[in-house]
Ligand binder design. Sequence first.
Ligand SMILES: [Zn+2]
Length: 141
Amino acid sequence: MTENRSGHGGGCLCGAVRYEIHGAMRGVINCHCDMCRRLHGAFGAYTKVENADLSVVEESGLAWYDSSPNARRGFCRRCGSSLFWQPAGMRTTSIAAGTLDQPCGLATIGHIFTAEKGDFYDIADGLEKFAGSAEGALDGA
Ligand SMILES: [Zn+2]
């Protein structure tokens, strides 16, 4: 496994996917959509980076699932960790915040797709909530 301490690192449970970030990370947004709920078993907590700032340094386990015509999701074929959400035709990748090495220094900034959230939990942290997409309202945070 490559260990490069010049950027912020992260990776899957087993180490067959490792990445480095060499740029700004957005605050964490919790996505409560139906697809994230099924994939993560609850909501998906994601930061976001420019693709140019993301280097996958170990990709032996990396596989992609086209979860919709508009986006694909990167996961580890060995341990099952979910790592990336990548929208088609855009220059950014959302990264599952739990895969970041700790401490990651980020804070949660809001909730999206709350209309599709599971009924087994409440959102009670007082952060901004959007029934669907935030349409960029939380970017830059
Ligand atoms: Zn793995």
